[in-house]
Each structure stands twice: as structure tokens, then as C-alpha cells.
Design a protein around this ligand. Structure first.
Ligand code: PMP
Ligand code: GLN
Length: 385
């Protein structure tokens, strides 16, 4: 094809290919153990696969209702009530979407006008800033505080201006594996009281909180729920990241605006998958058991590298483990991640890429949503470095 003859005025001039794609590709090229991109290397439940096939073979293959299949929305409402004591009306306040990333992008597109400011915590999951900037908004960063990546709420308060329209929250947090506690949520509730700020709360790891703690999300806090889009992902909960399916819950007035955008964007999410989830969700065991399942993997991986020269940081939720590497190398994390993949056959994610202006704090992120054998092999390699 001939090159485009005009001028390309990129909306995202500094954006390249996502680090997840880059590192997974490199891992494949070098036949390395891939602890970089966050996805399970094991299959989902057979029952769920069978339900999907049954839905397809039952002819449930045409457009579902725009907001999602009603029975699935009802199940989601029941779950939100049971888990968080929050009431979302399935008719008006729950929308099934093709993935959490889409839900977040659509929420941003619904509210952000050129010049509007959106507060982000950094390191930030990599889709937030491009979503904001594609819409002409401005990302305002509040850095999480080392050594444990906690939030300094005074800095959040100080970041709010008359242009602040939105704040994106993420707990459990990717990439740092920290979680917000009840006190954090109360602080945020107090800071936002009396403002028009909308919260987009990325809670895709809501079921992966460790050490007996309860997940603290916006739905538990009326002062936050009334201004929030709660976003979850079936991909994380049921180990089907490739099915790209999630849902969004928000008060009726916010959701009405969200649906105006959604209906002209994706319009709907895949129908047969929705019927499969509606059936599968009747049994809460798979999501209630998820934290223990991943905690065992976290502990296996941590024990495996305890004797290495890497320093273990806390992993309180999600399926990630961050490590410091002061004793291993003086390289930048971006260089080290590439070298470890090429020379040692183990792929990770450099955390500096999740900062607007990279901070080379010498931290790598490893994903432990992998089979035990893979984690053991990965840990053995790390112990030799
Ligand atoms: N938010 C965070 C924090 C994530 O880690 C991910 C997953 N990879 C997503 C959103 C995207 O979820 P989905 O695949 O459902 O779009
Ligand atoms: N969220 C996953 C991770 O953090 C990857 C998703 C993606 O590849 N975009 O690794």
C-alpha cells in the first residue's frame, strides 16, 4: 500500500506498543518462562467452556439487549448485594461490556471533555492515560509512596482543581499488588464529598485479596458508590482473559450517560458468553475460592525466590509480585527485563513504564497466575541470577 499522503497529527504521539505485548513477544522469541503479561497459563473450568458451547449450540447467537442479557445483570446485582451490601438496579444500573478496559474507556469517553483533568495514581495501569488523552483530557498524577506504594491522601486533596472531573481508582492494584484499606476509602469519600468528581473504580482483581482481608471497593461506601463506576472483569475472575467480558455498575444517572456512548461504540457484548456466565455465576464457589487459590501460588513463588538476591515487596492482592533488584544489577528495569528474558529465559514487566515520566526505582513485576511447575522453574532461574 502507498503511504498516507497527508499529515498524521497523532493524538498519542508518545505511545508505542504496550509493554505486555512487547514482553510476551520477547518471551516467545526466546522460549522464556513468561511471567510478564498478566494472564493464566492454565485453562478455565470445563463446566464454563461447556456452558459457552451449549449457549452457542442453542442458537443464542444474535445481538443481546444493549445493556446485557437480563438474567446476567440480575445475577450481577445479586452478587453485588451479597458481597458488598450495595443495591444496583439491573435494569438501569448494570451494563455488561466487552472487557474492563472497554468499560473504563467508555466511562472516560462519557465524561471527559478537552481540558478536563483526571486524577490517576502512578504507577498506573497502562490503558488509563491514553484513554484520557485520546479524549482530550489531562491526566494528573499522584505517585504512590514507596516502600509499600501507599496513598498520601493529602497529595490527592492537593491535586484537585476546578477542572478535575474524574478520579481513576484501582484496587487491588496493578502493577504494585497493593490494596486499599477501609481507612483509605473513608479518606477518599471525605475528600470527594461536595464535588462533581466521578470515580472510575477498576476492581478487576476484587476476588484476589490475600491474608484474610476483605476487598474494600467503592460499592461498600455509599458516599463513593453514589459517584462511581464500579468496573469488573470476568476474564480475571474466571481465568478467561481472551473472552474479553466485564461489567460496569453505577447509579442510574451516571449509567444513562454511559449507555448513550456504549450504544454507539460496541453497542453490545458477545451474547453466548453472557448466557454462560449467568449460569455459571449461580455457584459462588469459583470466585469465593479464588483468593486462596492465588494466595497459594503467591506463597509458592515467594518461597521459591526467598533465597535469591531479589527483594520481595508485599503482594496483598492481584496476581502480581513485585521485587526490588538492588543487589542484582544497576541497569534500568527496562534493560534488565529484556536481558533476563534473552539471557536467562525469564520474562517480567519493568514497573517504570507505568509512570508518566519513568521512575527507575529498580522494581520488576512478575505474574504468578501460572502453573505451579512454571512458577517453580521461574523461581529456580531467579535464584541463579
Ligand atoms: N484493569 C487492570 C488493572 C488490569 O490488570 C486489566 C487486565 N489485564 C484490565 C483492567 C483489563 O481487563 P479486561 O481484559 O477485562 O479488559
Ligand atoms: N492486564 C494484564 C497485565 O497487567 C495484561 C493485559 C494486556 O495485555 N493488555 O499484565
Amino acid at each position: 500500500m502507498q503511504p498516507f499522503p497527508g499529515r498524521i497529527d497523532s493524538k498519542l504521539p508518545h505511545v508505542g506498543t504496550t509493554i505486555f505485548t512487547v514482553m510476551s513477544r520477547l518471551a516467545q522469541e526466546h522460549d522464556a518462562i513468561n511471567l510478564s503479561q498478566g494472564f493464566p497459563d492454565f485453562d478455565c473450568a470445563k463446566e464454563l467452556r461447556d456452558l459457552f458451547c451449549t449457549a452457542i449450540n442453542s442458537g443464542l447467537n444474535q445481538y443481546p439487549p444493549m445493556a446485557g442479557v437480563p438474567v446476567l445483570r440480575e445475577r450481577i446485582a445479586e452478587k453485588m448485594q451479597r458481597l458488598y451490601g450495595s443495591h444496583y438496579d439491573p435494569e438501569h444500573e448494570i451494563t455488561v461490556v466487552p472487557g474492563a478496559t472497554y468499560g473504563i474507556f467508555t466511562a472516560v469517553a462519557t465524561f471527559i471533555r478537552p481540558g478536563d483533568e483526571v486524577i490517576l495514581f502512578e504507577p498506573a495501569y497502562d490503558s488509563y492515560q491514553p484513554a484520557i488523552e485520546t479524549l482530550g483530557g489531562k491526566a494528573v498524577f499522584v505517585a504512590l509512596e514507596l516502600p509499600d506504594y501507599h496513598v498520601d491522601w493529602r497529595k490527592v486533596q492537593a491535586a484537585i482543581t476546578p477542572r478535575t472531573r474524574m478520579l481513576i481508582l484501582n484496587t487491588p492494584h496493578n502493577p504494585t499488588a497493593t490494596v486499599l484499606c477501609a481507612e483509605d476509602m473513608r479518606m477518599l469519600e471525605a475528600i470527594l464529598r461536595g464535588t462533581d468528581i466521578v470515580v472510575v473504580s477498576d476492581e478487576v482483581y476484587e476476588h484476589i485479596v490475600f491474608d484474610g482481608h476483605a476487598h474494600q471497593g467503592v460499592a461498600r461506601y455509599p458516599g463513593l458508590a453514589e459517584r462511581s463506576f464500579f468496573v469488573s472483569s470476568f476474564g480475571k475472575t474466571y481465568s478467561v482473559t481472551g473472552w474479553k467480558m466485564g461489567y460496569v455498575c453505577a447509579p442510574r444517572e451516571l449509567m444513562a450517560e454511559f449507555r448513550k456512548v456504549h450504544q454507539f461504540n460496541a453497542f453490545v457484548a458477545c451474547a453466548p458468553v453472557q448466557y454462560a456466565f449467568a449460569e455459571y455465576m449461580q455457584n459462588p464457589a469459583p470466585y469465593l475460592e479464588l483468593a486462596a487459590f492465588y494466595q497459594a501460588k503467591r506463597d509458592l513463588f515467594r518461597q521459591g525466590i526467598a533465597a535469591s538476591r531479589f527483594t520481595l515487596m508485599p503482594s496483598r492482592g492481584s496476581f502480581f509480585q513485585c521485587v526490588g533488584y538492588d543487589a542484582v544489577s544497576d541497569e534500568r528495569d527496562t534493560d534488565l527485563a529484556i536481558r533476563l528474558t534473552r539471557e536467562h529465559g525469564i520474562a517480567s514487566i519493568p514497573v517504570s513504564v507505568f509512570y508518566n515520566v519513568p521512575r527507575y526505582e529498580k522494581v520488576l513485576r512478575f505474574c504468578f497466575a501460572k502453573s505451579d511447575a512454571t512458577l517453580q522453574r521461574g523461581a529456580e532461574i531467579l535464584c541463579r541470577i
